[in-house]
Design a protein around this ligand. Structure first.
Ligand code: AMP
Ligand code: MN
Ligand code: MN
Ligand code: MN
Length: 277
């Protein structure tokens, strides 16, 4: 049987719209045979996802998407095949939840100064026991008609340098990669073209990433064109990194992006799953 991989997606324990069970079922319906759940800074959805995967007959790869800092910039590192019970990782996610809640309070304060009250209550309610993200704020701003799209919420309020932006020092990239690799996982640089780096910065980043144990890079994401896939594949080859494929699915409301609907990895790229299979 040919496998269909999707190694990057989100559930309600971070900023996804579907409960882990519904997400796994949707992945199965979309033909995915190996799914990694990679919620932002949390492993809280993995037990439920594992049970749903067993019931559905698909393979669940336990994952996480860690927000990390390197050279004062934020980069997302996906951990694949991690042990969610590895104590340092458990402790880290606990601390990250506190940090995200404090950040949410500061974002809400800034919105209040812009005469937009009520954000903190709304995002806390929406996130429940899960991680509060800027997506929750974007949803709130949309629901209150302060903006007409999620993108506008980031462009006007939440994006870097905008009026409700709170600069955050995330987990140091090396530390995040250590948590992933020491818990048995593979560290993958997520959506490498989203950071808008020049080629020389990209090479600096990848050299540093590799130096501290990074092993993979997302060559195929839900949004990349064939030219973009070629660009990332060149970096993968240059730095001898395995290639990952992941939709970064968040919600069925986004009709342009579906679980498992991904271009194949270029043939000269080592698939990241060969590192654990
Ligand atoms: P956070 O980790 O709390 O900073 O939230 C980041 C999340 O916000 C990302 O994972 C995306 O889901 C979402 N996001 C970031 N930038 C944008 C954007 N420009 N438009 C829509 N969603 C975005
Ligand atoms: Mn997200
Ligand atoms: Mn990301
Ligand atoms: Mn993501």
């Amino acid at each position: 049987m040919t496998e269909t991989y999707d190694l990057h997606c989100h559930s309600t324990v971070s900023d996804g719209a579907l409960l882990p069970t519904a997400l796994v079922q949707r992945a199965h319906e979309c033909g995915v045979t190996s799914l990694a759940l990679t919620d932002h800074d949390t492993v809280a959805g993995l037990d439920e996802a594992r049970a749903a995967a067993t019931a559905t007959g698909i393979t669940l790869i336990p994952g996480i998407e860690l927000s990390t800092s390197w050279q004062n910039k934020c980069f997302h590192i996906v951990g694949l095949g991690i042990d969610p019970d590895y104590p340092p990782l458990r402790d880290a996610t606990h601390n990250l939840q506190i940090m995200r809640t404090e950040r949410a309070e500061r974002i809400a304060d800034k919105l209040e100064k812009k005469r937009i009250p009520g954000a903190l209550e709304a995002v806390k309610k929406a996130a429940g026991d899960g991680m509060i993200t800027r997506s929750h704020f974007a949803d709130f701003l949309l629901s209150q008609f302060h903006v007409s799209t999620q993108q506008e919420a980031f462009d006007r309020y939440l994006g870097a340098g905008k009026s409700a932006f709170v600069a955050t020092t995330w987990t140091d990239m090396e530390l995040a990669i250590n948590w992933i690799t020491q818990s048995g996982g593979v560290a993958v640089l997520a959506h490498p073209l989203r950071y808008k780096l020049t080629a020389s910065w990209m090479k600096r980043l990848l050299a540093a990433f590799k130096e501290v144990g990074g092993q993979g890079i997302e060559v195929v994401t839900g949004r990349y064109s064939s030219d973009e896939i070629k660009t990332v594949a060149k970096y993968a080859t240059l730095f001898d990194l395995a290639g990952s494929v992941g939709s970064d699915f968040h919600s069925p409301a986004n009709q342009w992006l579906e679980l498992g609907r991904l271009a194949p990895l270029p043939e000269n790229i080592t698939p990241v799953w060969e590192l654990w299979e």
